[in-house]
Design a protein around this ligand. Sequence first.
Ligand code: ADP
Ligand code: MG
Length: 384
Amino acid sequence: MSHQPVLSTHVMAVRWFHGKITREQAERLLYPPETGLFLVRESTNYPGDYTLCVSCEGKVEHYRIIYSSGKLTIDEEVYFDNLMQLVEHYTNDADGLCTNLMKPKLMEGTVAAQDEFSRSGWALERKDLKLLQVLGKGEFGDVVLGDYKGSKVAVKCIKNDATAQAFVAEALVMTQLQHKNLVQLLGVIVEDKSSLYIVTEFMAKGSLVDYLRSRGRSVLGGECLLKFSLDVSEGMEYLESNNFVHRDLAARNVLVSEDNIAKVSDFGLTKEASAIQDTSKLPVKWTAPEALREKLFSTKSDVWSFGILLWEIYSFGRVPYPRIALKDVVPRVEKGYKMDAPDGCPPVVYDVMKQCWHLDTNQRPSFRKLREQLEHIKAKELFQ
Ligand code: ADP
Ligand code: MG
């Protein structure tokens, strides 16, 4: 179990968001009446939409917030990227509502992310950050190259706040981790209630999968492949020793620094197993069978993914299980099918992959053991 989820359930991106509560519960929360008191909940009638509940002259009004093609709107005239922007707009101007929003009904037992990041020393100042150019698209929003007080940094900007909470959770996880093979968090900016930025070290050579594909066999020697494998195993050994489960380990989520050090990134999925409802969104080819089947995520399911990642490294960024249709992967893997060694992959390295792909989780090695084995292989290669 990771120790992060407990924390993140209390640290909220926004405290007026009450999640899945009913119309009646919302009305109770907005009692006694106070014009301008408001909250936002998930719509019960229209899954995926939200409801803005506002107290107005003794009555509670419920406005449906429609979510359509990535934007939010109440009146289908003004559109917003996220709930925070919507709330800001209707705070400044009633714009057709019974009243403007005046006082958020805060969720009890929570603290605001902004306060928590400031308190713990992770809050950065927006004025010190210049955004320069888009580096890539992330699940939660764009990743942008930035300049923070003269150094290059990578900045993840929030897209919409169906993910705001996950975004905050990712940053919280990162505040607890520090290792040379993990992409380092530099800080967080929570700006005027409507934008969130996660600032990390800039990884000049991009994702490992792109790095492998663009250079290929002719450029990258065995020594280099082994070095990447070892880098990742060290980062994962650190996560293992801190009881963190990554859940999305793959070459696309490993980044390469200017001086060719591979670092694990993307702690976005690091959340409670129960929070993963939609198993169809999991990266099937990287996820251990027990994790797909029973949502049993553990360090041992990360070990499975590490085996796939090794295969990606030694095949120079190929997509795993080539020539097998996605729907056939799981049934075949469950029957014990394992990928062949990539062309030119040393048998000792292939042996490490196969250990990671034991169906029995207890038979899979720990990351400590994996790191030791890879170090062994490296030491032997040096003598050849
Ligand atoms: P998500 O997991 O939310 O989809 P990622 O963190 O994987 O987003 O980022 C998407 C892409 O942005 C990466 O594949 C990479 O190309 C680029 N990127 C992300 N973080 C950095 C960084 N620290 N330095 C350089 N490029 C980055
Ligand atoms: Mg990613």
